[in-house]
Design a protein around this ligand. Structure first.
Ligand code: CP
Length: 305
């Protein structure tokens, strides 16, 4: 039985295969409409979500399956003190596959210890978000045609931004990528990612606090929200939240074929005037999430069209 807890659980070949299937789903959706007939996906979301939960549910429905679950811990028996382990043991009796989001780093690993059905990490605290990474990879592939030879800037909250951590870890396996990490000092990429991924693999990267300085060199710009829910101190969040606001003026220095991504939700870090710029691809990115999750559900259930 396979789980997806971390993007490193997938080989490069498996990521390529998921992207190929997702592309085929986009081109031929009718081929896939009954693949998951009589299968059930449980979405256990102990933390809020719009895109991840609903795209998982839409994915299973478009595969002909059914969905059950909860969208907040307070509406589950977690609020009565039930452990994650007990919840997972019980839900494994009701569903064929489980997507779970939890505010505690590592919770999906604890779930996988007791699960008898595949567990998908739909985001665990400030740690990882592997299905967002698959979404990002599908988007990069659709926009650029390959994962090699480009400069990508990650801007904003690189400390708590779990989508950044997962995507860096995934892109580290491809060649010719230069990483530019743009953040205030307090929100820099965690040391363990620099040591265990970037330095260990001798990858090309730099750290800066200036989006303006980096902009002309970027082929891709991955903006992120400052993660209010992970701060210990509201005053720090207020001081840092508007450090970077991408607007049309800043984009004047950007390449004409820059690709702007954002895992969403956005708060204030991309002005709405940017949305109509053809370089803004974040809403297409969100839509891609459903197709790659369809491919992932099929893979983990061992099903083919
Ligand atoms: N990108 C993402 O994880 O969005 P949600 O929090 O809305 O699921």
């Amino acid at each position: 039985m396979r789980n997806l807890l971390n993007i490193t659980d997938l080989t490069t070949g498996e990521i390529d295969e998921l992207i190929t299937v997702a592309e085929d789903i986009i081109a031929n959706p009718e081929k896939y409409q009954d693949v998951c007939r009589r299968k059930k996906l449980a979405t256990l979301f102990f933390e809020p979500s719009t895109r991840t939960r609903l795209s998982f549910e839409a994915a299973m429905l478009d595969l002909g399956g059914n969905v059950l679950g909860f969208s907040e811990a307070s509406s589950s028996s977690t609020s009565k003190g039930e452990t994650v382990g007990d919840t997972i043991r019980v839900v494994c009796g009701y569903a064929d596959i489980i997507a779970m989001r939890h505010p505690k780093e590592g919770a999906p690993y604890a779930a996988a210890q007791v699960a008898t059905k595949p567990i998908i990490n739909a985001g665990d605290g400030g740690h990882n978000h592997p299905t967002q990474t698959l979404t990002d990879l599908l988007t990069i592939h659709r926009e650029r045609g390959s994962f090699e030879n480009f400069t990508i800037g990650f801007c904003g909250d690189l400390k708590f931004g779990r989508t950044v951590h997962s995507l860096v870890s995934a892109l580290a396996r491809y060649t010719g990528i230069h990483f530019v990490f743009i953040s205030p000092e307090e929100l820099k990429l965690p040391r363990y990612i620099i040591d265990n991924t970037l330095d260990k693999q001798h990858l090309s990267y730099e750290e800066t606090n200036s989006l303006e300085e980096a902009m002309p060199r970027l082929d891709m710009l991955y903006m992120t929200r400052v993660q209010r829910e992970r701060f210990f101190n509201e005053a720090d969040y207020i001081r840092l939240k508007d450090t970077y606001i991408l607007d049309p003026e800043k984009l004047e220095a950007a390449k004409p074929d820059l690709c702007i991504l954002h895992p969403l939700p956005r708060v204030n870090e991309i002005s709405v005037e940017v949305d109509n710029d053809p370089r803004a691809r974040y809403f297409a990115q969100a839509e891609n999430g459903k197709f790659i999750r369809m491919a992932l559900i099929m893979k983990l259930l061992g099903l083919k069209a």
